[in-house]
Design a protein around this ligand. Structure first.
Ligand SMILES: C[S@@+](CC[C@H](N)C(=O)[O-])C[C@H]1O[C@@H](n2cnc3c(N)ncnc32)[C@H](O)[C@@H]1O
Length: 335
């Protein structure tokens, strides 16, 4: 997984379709929605009614959050693809899909996808997501199916090679999350759960992670093992970061000056088949000094600090390129 070196921007067709949609609203209307939504998402509380409650809210969400959720989902799926090189999904179901960030990201990572389905509760998000998808170069996105529906663990489980749930668990009441995870995992070939990279987002992910192991799925990423998560709860949290460019309008909506932002996220990917799991995962920005790199790792043995120096040859060169979130060691570099 690459953070600062790779900037994961929206596909050009999506970016220009989004600009056109946003152009339908006065900018101050969108800015009001961005402010309201940002405050609501920061509250980090389950939603008793849909948070996206007007057309302008939905457009604002797509303008200021979709680029960020796309970047996070893309980073996670790219890592999953590295860990499961034989996985070539044909079908995807994205639950609570909003305006469809996860189907665009998945199609970019896996050209094998043929059928993408988005299930979403808000009709306006479906309508916008469908219009955006209509412009896609990729066939699975362009021909995607959009279904209005609620997460319902009593209904038949989502049955697809790839099932995604990004930035949704936190909107569900805590008491419903375990049933939802069981339901999502029942028929998924690979299940991907992504939450904001906050202590609360991590907490939801680590609970789901333990549940998935108990249900007999294999962890694909980010964890290098299926034992208890060694991160001291309440003191630290496992999260990663994806860098994305801010376009002109995106910058204006966020009243921001920088040309990029870093989206922090926590995640777990689990599957029915055994992955090529990483031996270790880099948990912080590597500290790079002259002749040495220091890596904070989660590994089978727990949390460790590893120093890689020039005398490690290839491994040193790879450590110089390594980023927060990458697997370590890079395959066959121990020399
Ligand atoms: C924060 S948005 C994330 C959207 C999208 N997954 C993304 O990553 O950009 C949460 C989405 O989940 C949907 N959602 C929340 N609870 C839901 C439920 N019980 N059933 C279906 N959709 C739900 C919301 O309507 C909203 O579109």
């Amino acid at each position: 997984m690459r953070e600062s070196s790779t900037v994961s921007g929206l596909p050009e067709t999506l970016r220009s379709a989004l600009d056109e949609e946003l152009g339908k609203y006065p900018q101050n209307r969108l800015t009001q929605s961005v402010e309201r939504l940002s405050t609501r998402y920061r509250e980090n509380a389950p939603a008793s009614a849909p948070i996206l409650s007007s057309e302008a809210d939905i457009a604002a969400y797509a303008g200021y959050r979709m680029p960020a959720t796309y970047a996070a989902v893309h980073a996670v799926l790219a890592e999953a693809a590295l860990r499961a090189p034989g996985f070539a999904p044909r079908t995807q179901i994205d639950i609570g899909g909003g305006t469809g960030a996860a189907i665009w990201a998945a199609a970019d990572v896996w050209p094998s996808l043929e059928e993408s389905t988005v299930v979403e509760q808000v009709q306006g998000a479906i309508a916008l997501g469908r219009r955006l998808a209509g412009n896609a170069g990729d066939k699975a996105v362009r021909g995607s199916t959009w279904r209005r529906g609620l997460i319902d663990p009593a209904a038949p489980a989502p049955d697809a090679d790839l099932v995604t749930l990004s930035y949704v668990l936190g909107e569900l009441p805590e008491a419903r999350r375990a049933d939802t995870v069981r339901w999502l995992s029942a028929k998924a070939g690979m299940l991907v759960l992504i939450e904001p990279g906050t202590p609360a987002g991590y907490e939801r992910i680590v609970v789901a992670r333990d549940q998935l192991v108990e249900l007999g799925l294999s962890l694909v990423a980010p964890c290098p093992h299926e034992g208890a998560c060694p991160i001291p709860r309440g003191k630290d949290w496992c999260h990663f970061s994806a860098r994305l460019p801010r376009t002109g309008l995106h910058r204006q909506l966020k009243s921001a000056t920088l040309g990029f932002e870093d989206e922090k996220f926590s995640y777990v990917v689990a599957s029915r088949t055994s992955p090529e799991r990483a031996e270790g995962r880099i948990l912080r920005h590597p500290v790079k000094r002259k002749g040495m790199v220091s890596l904070s790792l989660c590994a089978g043995s727990g949390l460790t600090e590893t120093i890689v120096t020039k005398r490690h040859g290839t491994a040193y060169r790879e450590a110089r390129d390594a980023e927060w979130g990458d697997a370590w060691p890079v395959q066959s570099t121990v020399d």
